[in-house]
Design a protein around this ligand. Structure first.
Ligand code: AQP
Length: 338
């Protein structure tokens, strides 16, 4: 599967809960076309999930659900490597080496660390602070060229670049310095209840989030309850800086219905928020329902999923071992005697 001439792509999602429409529109959906052109690795980053408290049985379920979801959304295991992070132990080994070039000060400044420390004040563990180093390891282990992510993860990819450059400068050229790939549309889907916050799996307000496992009724209900902006009138459905909530719904609508913002604004000219929200719901449901049906079918076929995961981990390990032994050599560790 790996083709030396092709550039490499790596990305992942944490199985921290039900995958949101934000994760889909900001990440998974943008991965699909990359499979034609690049050597892709898509990972379920289960070790990252442990940075906030998890119920072990739920984590196991969420992990397998996410594997099936990747495939149901269109990740093709015949074209891309699909694997679970903890199945390739080199991720944590490289993270340790990268820890020795990462500075406490820069990790302390990460927005996600500050945000999650506030939200999980009773569990500010070292893993939470170290999260970006493990993420850098995920990326650098595969000599990744491109990292497709939503806007919220750009800062972590920038830190990854800094760590790669610092390591290369200290120990000579070792890592490819990756580029961040942020799609114009969908890179920042907002909460339905607070358009200044991102839509997030761990949002305790379930009305704020559409998940890919919501049924049609739940999707419609949540969208009907979504906050809008204070103005009404014939042109109330429009995109604009002063219209954060409606702009977010318009983004969701255009991405799910496959139309441009201009087309959508024209379509809803003279219509009120009620008609608009119902149309957004229809568009979202038409995207989500076939994914749900396919995910259900895949989850019933455990043998197939295991085969995908075995192969994915094997392919990933092959690349990971090469990078890690190079790194160990560069930093001065003696290779294991075989
Ligand atoms: N609201 C969003 N809009 C666009 N993209 C998003 N992503 C997440 N939320 C949005 C992108 O999804 C990918 C996977 O994210 P993750 O699971 O690794 O962690 P996250 O960014 O912290 O996502 P969540 O949903 O907010 O998870 P929790 O609540 O567990 O922290 C990334 O590419 C991310 O940019």
């Amino acid at each position: 599967m790996a083709d030396e001439a092709k550039k490499r792509v790596f990305s992942g999602i944490q199985p921290t809960g039900k995958i949101t429409l934000g994760n889909y529109l900001g990440a998974i959906r943008n991965w699909l076309p990359l499979q034609q052109q690049y050597d892709c690795l898509f990972c379920v980053v289960d070790l990252h999930s442990l940075t906030v408290a998890q119920v072990p049985a739920e984590l196991r379920k969420n992990t397998l659900d996410l594997v099936a979801l990747y495939i149901a959304c269109g990740i093709d295991p015949a074209k891309s490597n699909l694997f679970i992070q903890s199945h390739v132990h080199e991720h944590t080994e490289l993270a340790w080496i990268l820890d020795t070039v990462a500075y406490v000060g820069e990790l302390n400044r990460m927005t996600q660390f500050k945000d999650k420390s506030r939200r999980h004040a009773d569990n500010i563990n070292m893993g939470l602070m170290n999260y970006p180093v493990l993420m850098a390891s995920d990326i650098l282990l595969y000599q990744t060229d491109l990292v497709p992510v939503g806007k919220d993860q750009v800062q972590h990819v920038e830190l990854t670049r800094d760590l790669a450059e610092r390591f290369n400068a200290r120990y000579s050229d070792t890592f490819v310095v990756p580029q961040c790939l942020v799609s114009k549309a969908g890179s920042s889907i907002k909460s339905l209840q607070d358009p200044s916050a991102k839509m997030s799996k761990s949002d305790p307000n379930e009305n704020a989030v559409i998940t890919l496992s919501d049924d049609a009724d739940a999707i419609r209900r949540k969208l009907r309850r979504a906050v809008t902006d204070s103005d009404s009138g014939p042109n109330c459905v429009r995109h604009g800086e002063d219209k954060a909530a409606v702009s977010n719904l318009l983004n969701i609508y255009t991405l799910c219905a496959g139309v441009s913002i201009d087309e959508a604004e024209r379509k809803f000219e003279g219509k009120g928020y009620g008609v608009f929200k119902d149309a957004v719901a229809d568009a979202v449901i038409s995207v989500v329902q076939p994914i749900q049906a396919e995910q259900k079918r895949l989850l019933a076929d455990k043998a197939y999923l295991e085969c995908v995961l075995r192969q994915g981990a094997e392919n990933a390990t092959h690349i990971a071992q090469k990078t890690l032994s190079k790194v160990y050599r560069k930093v001065g560790l003696i290779p294991k005697i075989r």
